[in-house]
Design a protein around this ligand. Structure first.
Ligand SMILES: Cc1cc2nc3c(=O)[nH]c(=O)nc-3n(C[C@H](O)[C@H](O)[C@H](O)COP(=O)(O)O)c2cc1C
Length: 209
């Protein structure tokens, strides 16, 4: 399953509309694809009480969101730009996910930036790439940036600019090939114990002996 994440909890967001269109594209390409819209995460789940790395310490209503991320073969992140960077809700969502050492390891991830401004979400996408790289995900290098998004995305979610519509479709086709080719490597990483933990100073010191 391909999981498309709409990266803001703002209701009726343009990112959510783009994410819905992207889900349709993957389905048109005959792939199982689901939407995870952060606007659907119940309000009480966004709490500092839930930073634990254990799924059982999270509220039950948060579990389906965690399962969607963990079961996804690949992730597509659609992120708006807020104050020159990643929306706080998207970073908080990543921080609230359990099983930090493994949950994103070797996971193919693809990025789409959305912004009212000139730079089309370049800044949050590059910040997100740093976060996902830290978590040892496999980053698809062909990003799509939607600048002046109010002119490009209609109120009912139609992509009005044919060049952007084409880019989204091309990205999806190529990302699927990228993700399919990386699946065997994902199995290899899954078989190693705690790969992200290798950065921990104590383990790092042992490794370098
Ligand atoms: C809190 C907040 C901060 C924003 N900061 C920026 C920004 O730094 N650059 C920009 O181009 N647009 C910014 N915008 C406008 C968004 O790009 C615009 O709302 C666009 O529709 C994408 O966001 P959305 O998915 O929430 O609709 C901001 C919007 C909000 C709500």
């Amino acid at each position: 399953m391909i999981l498309v994440i709409a990266g803001t909890n703002r209701s009726n967001s343009t990112s959510g509309k783009v994410a819905r269109r992207v889900v349709e594209i993957y389905r048109e390409l005959n792939r199982d694809c689901q939407l995870l819209d952060l606007a659907d995460v119940p309000q009480h789940c966004w709490s500092s009480e839930y930073y634990s790395d254990e799924l059982n310490a999270k509220p039950l209503e948060f579990h389906p969101f965690v399962c969607a991320v963990e079961e996804a073969k690949a992730l597509v992140i659609v992120s708006p730009e807020y104050n020159g960077g990643i929306p706080g809700a998207l970073k908080l969502f990543i921080d609230l996910l359990p099983n930090r050492d493994t949950n994103l390891v070797a996971r193919p991830v693809c990025f789409i930036g959305v912004a009212a401004g000139e730079w089309g979400g370049l800044r949050p996408i590059e910040q997100l790439e740093t976060v996902f790289l830290y978590r040892k995900a496999f980053l698809f290098p062909e990003r799509v940036f939607i600048r002046a998004c109010e002119d490009v995305v209609s109120p009912n979610g139609e992509i009005l600019d044919p060049r952007i519509a084409r880019r989204l479709r091309n990205q999806a086709e190529r990302f699927l090939r990228f993700a399919d080719h990386l699946l065997p490597l994902r199995d290899l990483f899954d078989s190693l114990p705690n790969p992200a933990a290798l950065e921990h100073p104590s383990i790092f010191a042992e490794e370098s002996l």
